[in-house]
Design a protein around this ligand. Structure first.
Ligand code: AHR
Length: 528
């Protein structure tokens, strides 16, 4: 008997009997004595907004080994590569179906001058990367390399322009350089540098964190600047640019209000940045792998703040944009810890554990719930930086638990979200409580239903009685990610310590499905 199985918020049988009494008895019999119980109703008869595939977006900044070593090794490298970009990483990202990739920053974007990154590499000027370790950036990876990389992995490019220290002319020229097919100076310069066809650039951000590293601006000043820069970003024939305004940090609702008021009608998107930092203590963020249950609880309970932030920022946006034309782009999010011991503090290199997998799954469930407003998210960052998908060390590469969650969840890309009602147990720790289970559901174009679950409780399995309104399941399959310990993580020596496995611990009774989620796990089930 699990000692925590009495932590159910309401007796399962009571809740079940309120649903459909006869069915409830069958369900109750299907539950095991050792499981906590949970009831999930999936309203498959009420499909909601489409989950924009771009919610599964990534972010690659010129920061530490995010680009150099992580993507770019150069054409002469002994590491197998395609035009300088490592093949193992390309393969892993193709498998992940990355819909969109944000670049070149981050804070780097507002000190980046794109002309430094074109033309023969040997003559590209160098610069100091003042934000990230003060290292010398040689600009080997520039516009052509980034857009080539996007084509190689099949991702849409999302470019952040330099509003903080760049000119209006510079931003105007960059868009012309990339997207114009005219006989014009910028398009001809692109041709001279080896690219005849213009690229399609659908998403362009006008600055990054302009309330901070991007220029320390007030929202009024930024909103006016947005309008000015925006006026000179042109849609050349065959290309239409969605313009993303710099949005708030965390709960800065005043920023959202002012930018929406002054510039909202001209923007297609507004960004939101929110990192999960333990107790909001940026000086002591804790280790990514060596942590106690208190730290596990803190990170997973605090990451739920994302739901409140989206709800409140969306509420303000609704006031100015009731038709929800302006997307909320959560273009930086994830867990931020202290760097791994012995690494450059400016490189933000951190390991990635089962805790991060669950944290990622919980946030993706939140984004699904807000699919009507959240049109993009970009976890920070794709390789070797913060909560990454991939870690590299010279020729070695390893996939993180967070990678596996993205691979499991990407069945939701482009599907219709399905509303859910969840009544389940709490995970309690030292007098504090959080919901043990987070879930979301969607229906894809083939009519398949996917439900993704996170169980944050590190001790107790939870049996979820799923009521699928409007669906009779004929076939159920699933995948689960869990491990023996809360700090489990993948290393170059043990790359499979946290890896997905087939999920079979479910049973069907008529139209009802009971899934038994292991403690500390992420599970995705597919229902045909
Ligand atoms: O992702 C790391 C940094 O965090 C980004 O450069 C910046 O935009 C944010 O503050």
């Amino acid at each position: 008997m699990n000692p925590k199985s009495n932590r159910i918020s309401r007796p399962a049988a009571l809740v079940l009997s309120r649903l459909v009494p006869a069915v409830a008895l069958v369900w109750a019999a299907a539950l095991r004595a050792e499981d906590a119980t949970c009831q999930l109703t999936v309203h498959a008869d009420q499909p909601g907004a489409v989950i924009n595939p771009n919610i599964y977006g990534q972010f690659a900044e010129h920061l530490g080994h995010g680009i150099y070593g992580g993507i770019w090794v150069g054409e002469d490298s002994p590491i197998p590569n395609t035009r300088g970009m490592r093949n193992d990483v390309i393969d892993a990202l193709r498998h992940l179906r990355v819909p969109i990739l944000r670049w070149p920053g981050g804070c780097f974007a507002d000190e980046y001058h794109w002309r430094d990154g074109i033309g023969p590499r040997s003559s590209r000027p160098k610069m100091i990367n003042t934000n990230w370790g003060g290292v010398v950036e040689d600009n080997a990876f520039g516009t052509h390399e980034f857009l080539d990389f996007c084509e190689l992995i099949g991702a849409e490019p999302y470019i952040t322009g330099n509003l903080g220290s760049g000119t209006v002319q510079e931003m105007h020229d960059w868009v012309e350089y990339m997207t114009s097919d005219a006989d014009s100076p910028m398009a001809n310069l692109r041709r001279k540098n080896g690219r005849n066809e213009p690229w399609k650039i659908k998403y362009f951000a006008i600055g990054n964190e302009n309330w901070g590293c991007g220029g320390d601006m007030t929202p009024e000043f930024y909103a006016d600047q947005f309008r000015r820069y925006n006026a000179f970003i042109k849609n050349y024939p065959g290309n239409k640019v969605a313009r993303i305004a710099c949005g708030p940090s965390d709960d800065d609702y005043a920023w959202t209000d002012t930018v929406m008021k002054i510039a909202g009608k001209r923007a297609d998107g507004l960004s939101l940045h929110h990192y999960t930092v333990m107790d909001g203590n940026w000086k002591q963020k804790g280790s990514a792998t060596q942590f106690s249950e208190a730290e596990w609880f803190a990170m997973l309970s605090q990451t739920l703040k994302m739901d409140e932030l989206i709800t409140r920022h969306s509420g303000i946006m609704d006031h100015y944009d009731p038709e929800k034309k302006v997307g909320l782009m959560v273009d930086e999010w994830g867990a931020w810890y202290d760097v791994e011991p012995g690494t450059n503090p400016g490189f933000l290199y951190q390991q990635n554990s089962l805790r991060d997998a669950i944290l990622a799954g919980m946030n993706l469930n939140i984004f699904h719930k807000h699919a009507d407003r959240v049109q993009m998210s970009n976890i920070a960052q794709m390789i070797n930086v913060l909560q990454s998908m991939i870690l590299t060390d010279g020729p070695k590469m390893v996939l993180t638990p967070t990678y596996h969650v993205f691979a499991m969840y990407n069945v939701h890309q482009g599907a219709h979200m399905l509303p859910t009602d969840l009544a389940g147990p709490e995970y309690r720790f030292r007098g504090k409580a959080m919901p043990a289970i987070s879930a979301s559901a969607s229906r894809d174009a083939q009519g398949r239903i996917h439900i993704s679950f996170c169980n944050a409780d590190p001790h107790a399995g939870v049996a979820v009685a799923c009521r699928l309104v409007g669906v009779s399941p004929s076939k159920v399959t699933g995948t689960v990610l869990t491990a023996d310990s809360i700090g489990a993580h993948n290393t170059f020596d043990r790359p499979g310590a946290v890896s997905p496995a087939a999920f079979t611990d479910f049973s069907r009774e008529g139209d009802n499905l009971t899934v038994r989620l292991p403690a500390k796990s992420v599970t995705v089930v597919e229902i045909d």
